[in-house]
Design a protein around this ligand. Structure first.
Ligand SMILES: [Cu+2]
Length: 330
């Protein structure tokens, strides 16, 4: 029995749709989603994955069917039929990608907005917002004398007016991250945050451009010398996650990574109190200790990588490397 082409095409279409919809939700390519922002990004990614799977199946399917069905028959040395252009086909295969790209760009813009990427007030909390709304537009205007707009992910539209509960100053430098908690003066080489609370990272770079990347939060933001950037987020799942420099920043860029430790609020308070107590007794971490620690870690890496001590010494003499002069400015 031979099914008519329209029926086989319909069945193939249904199969491709079902497989794509299933795989779009079950690809397992993303790490754990540990922040309020993560599901927004994941939903967008799943839509892209669904479309990509359908395209993959259609194109590879057509290719394989063509290879088998239209292959050269034994003894047939004639040319294939000449194919001229097909206006209808060309309109279709132009229109479909245009629609897909438009939908994805509008959707991703919406996700960025929902995460706070378009934070019109460029939240600088605490303190009142010094912005005004220009009549007739939905855009906020900067008043004269206001600070430069903050770059990065700010307050989502539905959370306007909420100040961050946890503020952390983040300094990126070759090749370490240093986290300072301005309310208590605690300094750490790892980022500690509590679940369920709004966190704001105030990010600066000391030497070159770095980037804070926390894959489990689906967030990434450049750290730029001379220009403040920010990341606002809400951790939701307790755990330990990597924080990685995502901007090639020098010879040891690959080793510029640390950890984010998401505590429950009680554990977080315990950690903070213990750090404050250690600081008061004079054995809290200092920036110099964090850097020394980091240098030891780099030294271990360089042994694994078979890099000579001379090469390391040469690197340490490079103008951007950290010296006591830089430390005095911190
Ligand atoms: Cu870096």
């Amino acid at each position: 029995m031979k099914l008519p082409t329209s029926i086989t095409t319909l069945i193939a279409g249904i199969l491709v749709t079902l497989i794509s919809l299933w795989y779009g939700q079950n690809h397992g390519w993303m790490p754990e989603a540990a922040s309020r922002e993560a599901p927004l990004v994941d939903n967008l990614f799943n839509v892209m994955m669904t479309i990509a799977t359908a395209l993959f199946l259609l194109i590879q399917g057509a290719l394989i069917i063509s290879i088998i069905k239209f292959r050269q028959k034994p003894g047939d040395n004639t040319d294939g039929p000449p194919q001229e252009g097909d206006i209808g086909l060309e309109i279709v295969w132009t229109a479909i990608p245009v629609v897909i790209v438009m939908v994805l760009s509008i959707y991703s813009f919406e996700v960025y907005n929902e995460m706070g990427g378009l934070d019109p007030a460029a939240s600088k909390d605490p303190g009142p917002q010094k912005t005004a709304v220009v009549p007739g537009t939905a855009m906020a205007a900067t008043l004269p004398g206001q600070e430069k707009l903050a770059l990065g992910v700010g307050v989502p539209p539905n959370l306007q007016g909420n100040n961050a509960i946890v503020n952390v100053d983040v300094l990126g430098l070759q090749y370490a991250w240093i986290f300072t908690y301005p309310d208590s003066g605690v300094v750490s080489g790892e980022l500690h945050v509590p679940t369920g609370q709004n966190v704001k990272l105030n990010i600066v770079a000391q030497d070159v451009i770095h980037a804070v990347w926390i894959p489990q939060f689906r967030l990434k933001q450049d750290a730029i010398p001379g220009r403040d950037t920010q990341l606002r987020f809400k951790p939701e799942v307790a755990g330990t996650y990597p924080l990685i420099c995502a901007e090639l920043c020098g010879a040891y860029h690959g080793a510029m990574r640390t950890q984010v430790i998401v505590h429950t609020p009680e554990e977080y308070d315990e950690w903070l109190q213990s750090q404050i107590a250690a600081k008061e007794q004079g054995d809290g971490l200092t920036i110099a200790q964090i850097m020394a620690d980091n240098d030891n870690r780099l030294a271990r890496h360089t042994q694994d990588w078979n890099i000579s001590p001379e090469a390391i010494a040469a690197l340490q003499e490079m103008p951007h490397s950290l010296d006591s002069h830089h430390l005095q400015h911190l």
